[in-house]
Design a protein around this ligand. Sequence first.
Ligand code: NAX
Length: 330
Amino acid sequence: MTKPIRVAVTGAAGQIGYSLLFPIAAGDMLGPDQPVILQLLELPVAMNALEGVAMELTDCAFPLLHGIETSDDPMVAFKDADVIMLVGARPRTAGQDRADLIKANGPIFTGTGEAIDAVAADDAKIIVVGNPCNTNALIASSRAKRIPLKNYTAMTRLDQNRAIGQIAAKLGAAPSDVKNVFVWGNHSDSMVPDFSLATVGGVGEGRSVTDLVGEEWLGGEFDTTVRTRGKAIINARGKSSAASAAFSAINHIHDWFLGTGHNDFVSMAVPSDGSYGIPEGIIYSFPCRITGPWQYEIVKDLEVSAETLERMQKSANELLSEREAVQDLL
Ligand code: NAX
């Protein structure tokens, strides 16, 4: 029998957690033949709610779910974990600025990073969803002595999916026909959605999205919509995006493990290696190619316009100032 993969999820009783755990248990993330054990972490105050979620998971009788463990202790929740999904953090509230959020959530990730490095599986793969996700991933990774730095990633897949969704809707195409849209930079409104290589297959076999819809919409409404979608959802729903965030986190881990399907590459925020002039020492969204199970590389050979490069640098500068703001935690 295939050995179960241990998946640790923090903030498991939160709204993203509630949309995330059931598809993982159903096999949507790691494949239809891969058993999983869920190791769920919550704050003490949310342990009752978490027990309720665990009861519901049990009640689904998922064939692939070989165990559910719940804890309020990271040293227990991360023990031998192969995949670690760091969702637990406070969502940004109306009126709260980014600097306040960084100060509120940053300290969570020092303890998290220490516990991961102490007890997780040697080659554990980590995705940070809790915001500010790039900088939180940097804080957690700063504690890594045993687990490779490369294994620390943050989620910008939701931004990529939002971009694909907008283009598909504009063209009346299926999202699966839209290829090679990705985002550079920080998961914030400084991100740079990149449509320059995007093609759509269904409408006209492999045709350039730029040729089909024109630069004006792509550089204007499309760009703004993608970068500010999180706020638009909070305004409409009164709560931050949850189901779409959970689905995108599943996409991120799925593709890292099982490949990118119809896309040549995907957006992942990963430790910069200096590609495209982006400084090392930050976690930055690049187009990444999956080269094998749990293997990725930054795609290095893309032509990027001077205007895009300038915006990419601005997003890097924002991450450098976020790093400055949490210097005492690194
Ligand atoms: P909720 O407030 O519904 O849930 C968060 C859960 O985390 C709560 O149950 C809380 O008890 C728990 N928690 C807090 N601190 C913890 C800790 N130290 N250890 C374990 N659990 C802890 O928020 P939710 O809507 O689920 O959002 C979670 C995070 O995702 C937020 O930071 C949010 O901003 C972020 N998001 C990130 C996105 C991305 O694209 N990267 C998009 C969606 C979302 O905004």
